[in-house]
Structures are given as C-alpha cells and as structure tokens.
Write a protein that binds this ligand. Structure first.
Ligand code: HPA
Ligand code: MG
Length: 225
C-alpha cells in the first residue's frame, strides 16, 4: 500500500497511498449500516490513522517540545485529528517529564459545496487572534488539496505576529495544481479522490464514520444539495 516519501530535510512527507491502491473491501471492517452503498472502500483504516498520529505527535514534540504551544484546530473536519493528536502529545509529554503548556483554539473554515471547492474561503470564529503574538502556533488541518486554503490561513495567522507557525495535515491530496504550500507534518499523501470519515464530510454527512473511505457515486447522489 505504501511508500514513504522523503523530503529534503530527511523528514517523511507522509505515507504515500498510490493512485492504483484499490483500498480495503468494506467487508473486512465494520462501519455504520446507514452508510452501506454510500462508500466504495476503506482507504485508511482507523487504527492506521491512530498509529500514524502517534508518530506525528513525536515529531512535533521533538521540534516544539521546549516551548508553549497554541494549537489552532481547523474546524469542522480537523476536530477528530486534532483531538487525537493533542491526546498523543499530552501522553508523550507526561511520559517524558517534559510537560508543555498547550492551549487549544478553534477556527472554522468553509469552502466546499458537494465535492467541489468554492472560490470563496470563509474564516469564521476567528475574531481576534491577537493572543497568538509571540507564541508557537501549531495549525491542525484534516486535509490539504491545492494548498490555497492553507496559504490563505497562514497569511491570516501571520498577521498576528506569532513566533513560529507549523502546520500538521493528516492528509495531503495529490491534485493537479498542488501549490508549494505543504504542511510541516503530513500523515498520508492520497490520490485525488473525494474521501470521507474521521470527521471529513460530504455536505455534513459521514463525520460519524471512523475509517477514511472513498465515497461512492450513489453516496454523492444521495447526499447532494
Ligand atoms: N473530503 C472531504 N473534505 C474535503 C476533501 C475530501 O476529499 N477535500 C477537501 N475537503
Ligand atoms: Mg467539508
């Protein structure tokens, strides 16, 4: 299933899931019965997400573990990844006697309708981020596609003059116009297909699915607005 891409700094660019990876048959896992017929396959099982998240937490601790961290969770899709990542960072920090003060804040972005990115990015719930001044900020995103959203968000956050900004992205999608803007910590690099589950939605559905799955054509039709 996987190759590991290595960036020039020697750090992993994420587990690479190739375009020809068919995914796991749904029969091999359990998932909510109300989604039968709505998904094609399991592309990343929940347990693998958790194991990869544990390693990302270690990389983050190695880089940022000597400083206070302000975690900026990008809602809604990022809530599950952020919660699990923060838990892992806390566990590592407990076990290493290097407890790091961590604050968690939430920012809400919306740019998708059905499975299409809309031109306008809405940043909600981020009235005043002036408390970020001089802090180390970890932005936590579920998925990065073209990188346009991430770039806009980075510009927005930079204006509040934090000391450092790092980005953790669970998924990076190989889309035709990937910008140079990639997260510092990447869980998985995935094919250009619409995925759902683990808090990623299609018109607000599928957040209650644990695995990351590929939505089926009939699933898209059923929940289209
Ligand atoms: N799934 C859910 N949300 C998304 C995706 C996706 O594949 N790409 C961008 N936002
Ligand atoms: Mg969404």
């Amino acid at each position: 299933m996987a190759d590991v891409a290595v960036q020039s700094d020697g750090r992993s660019g994420g587990i690479v899931i190739k375009d020809d990876w068919p995914g796991y048959s749904l029969d091999l896992f359990s998932y909510p019965a109300h989604y039968s017929g709505d998904i094609d396959c399991v592309i990343i099982p929940h347990g693998v997400i958790m194991d990869r998240t544990e390693r990302l937490a270690r990389n983050i601790m190695d880089d940022l573990g000597d400083h206070d961290i302000v975690v900026l969770c990008v809602l809604k899709g990022g809530y599950q990844f952020c919660a699990d990542l923060v838990e892992r960072i806390k566990a590592l920090s407990r076990n290493s006697n290097r407890t790091i003060p961590m604050r968690v804040h939430f920012i809400r972005l919306k740019s998708y309708l059905n499975d299409q990115s809309t031109e306008d990015l809405h940043i909600l719930g981020a009235e005043d981020l002036s408390f970020l001044a001089g802090k180390n900020v970890l932005i936590v995103e579920a998925i990065v596609g073209t990188g346009k959203t991430m770039k806009a968000l980075l510009n927005y956050v930079e204006a509040f003059r934090p000391k450092m900004i790092k980005v953790a992205g669970l998924l990076v999608k190989r889309v035709p116009h990937n910008s140079a803007c990639l997260p510092d910590y990447v869980g998985f690099e995935i094919p250009d297909r619409f995925v759902v589950g683990y808090a990623l939605d299609y018109n607000e559905y599928f957040r209650d699915l644990n695995h990351i799955c590929v939505i089926s054509e009939s699933g898209k039709m059923k929940y289209k607005i």
